[in-house]
Design a protein around this ligand. Structure first.
Ligand code: BJW
Length: 244
C-alpha cells in the first residue's frame, strides 16, 4: 500500500502518537524474533518455553546461558533504518512515545527518548528474592549468578509468561494508548497480552490504527491502514512523507 495523502494528512493533524514495537523491528538488525525458529545451540528450545519462571526454576544455568547468548547478539547489533526513522519522527510531534516489548535497547541506541519498556531490559538483572537491581555483573560464563547481598539467585530483569508487567510502565502504556491520535503497531505478532490489546484500547478511543508487518496479525483486521512491509523499508518512507 502506498502512503496515501489521507494518511499523511492524519499525521499532520496528530498531536499524540504512540508506537507499539515488537521483535520484528529489530529483525533487520540481526536479532531473531520470538516466533522465528532459533538457530545454532538453541534450535532445540522454543523461546516460548524458555521465557518462563518455570524454566528458570528448573534450570537457571540454561536460562542464563540463553540470555548471555542473546546479549552477545544484541551487543553487536546496531539500530536499523526503522529504529532511526522513529527517532527522527519523535521530533515532529508534541507527544510521541514508543511502547516497546523488546528488551534490546535498540530504540535508545537509535536516539529515541520517550520509551516505555514493557518487558524489561536485557542489560539489567535482579535478585529473585529481594529484587535488588544490578546494571552490571561479571560476564565470565559462571552462571547462574548469585546475589552478593543475600546469596539468592539473580535473574534477568525481564518479564516472563505468567508474570506481571512493571506496574508503572503498564499504567503509562494504557494512559497514552487511551489518548493517542495515532497508534502505530510495528513488528509485533500481537498475540502476547497485555501489549497485544493496546492498539485496540487506542482504537476504542478514536485513534487511527496503522500496522506495519510483513505478515497479518490479529491487529490487521481492525487497523485502518495496514502496510505489508518491513519496518526498515516502510518507516523511513513514512518519515520522508510526513516531515515538513
Ligand atoms: C517484522 C519484520 C520486519 C518480522 N519488520 N515486522 C489474556 C488472554 C490470554 C492470555 C493471557 C492474557 N493475559 C495474560 C495472558 C498470558 C500471557 C499471554 O499473553 N499469553 C499468550 C501467548 C496467549 N501473558 C503474560 O503472561 C504476561 N503477563 C501478564 O499478563 O500478567 C498478568 C497475568 C498473568 C497470567 C495470567 C493472566 C494475567 C507477560 C508476557 C511476557 C512476555 N515475555 C516475553 C519475553 C520477554 C523477555 C525476553 O525477551 O526474553 O516477551 S515472550 C515474547 O513475546 C517477548 C516479546 O516481547 C513478546 C511478544 O513477541 P513479539 O515482539 O510480538 O515478537 P514475535 O516474534 O511474536 O513477532 C514478531 C513479528 O514481527 C511477526 O509478526 C513478524 O511477522 C514480524 N516481523 N520481521 C516488521 N523486518
Amino acid at each position: 500500500m502506498a502512503i496515501v495523502e489521507e494518511l499523511i494528512e492524519i499525521f499532520h493533524n496528530a498531536r499524540a502518537i504512540v508506537v507499539l514495537t515488537g521483535a520484528g523491528i529489530s529483525a533487520e538488525s540481526g536479532i531473531p524474533t520470538f516466533r522465528d525458529a532459533q538457530t545454532g545451540l538453541w534450535q532445540r528450545y522454543s523461546p516460548q518455553e524458555l521465557a518462563t519462571p518455570r524454566a528458570f526454576e528448573t534450570n537457571p544455568g540454561l536460562l542464563w546461558n540463553w540470555y548471555a547468548w542473546r546479549r552477545n547478539l544484541i551487543n553487536k547489533a546496531e539500530p536499523n533504518a526503522g529504529h532511526k526513522a522513529l527517532a527522527q519522527m519523535e521530533n515532529l510531534f508534541p507527544k510521541f512515545t514508543i511502547i516497546t516489548q523488546n528488551i534490546d535497547g535498540l530504540h535508545q541506541k537509535a536516539g529515541s527518548k520517550n520509551i516505555i519498556e514493557l518487558h524489561g531490559n536485557i542489560y539489567r538483572a535482579r535478585c529473585a528474592a529481594e529484587n535488588l537491581v544490578f546494571e552490571s555483573w561479571p560476564d565470565n560464563g559462571n552462571f547462574p549468578l548469585t546475589c552478593p547481598h543475600c546469596g539468592g539467585l539473580v535473574r534477568p530483569d525481564v518479564v516472563w509468561f505468567g508474570e506481571n508487567l512493571p506496574a508503572g510502565a503498564l499504567e503509562s502504556a494504557y494512559f497514552l494508548s487511551n489518548r493517542a491520535d495515532i497508534m502505530l503497531s510495528v513488528g509485533t505478532s500481537a498475540v502476547v497480552e497485555p501489549a497485544a490489546s493496546l492498539p485496540l484500547v487506542a482504537l476504542r478511543n478514536k485513534a487511527v490504527v496503522v500496522e506495519v508487518n510483513p505478515e497479518p496479525t490479529p491487529v490487521t483486521r481492525y487497523a485502518q491502514f495496514y502496510f505489508k512491509e518491513t519496518a526498515g523499508k516502510f518507516l523511513p518512507e513514512l518519515y520522508s512523507a510526513i516531515k515538513p
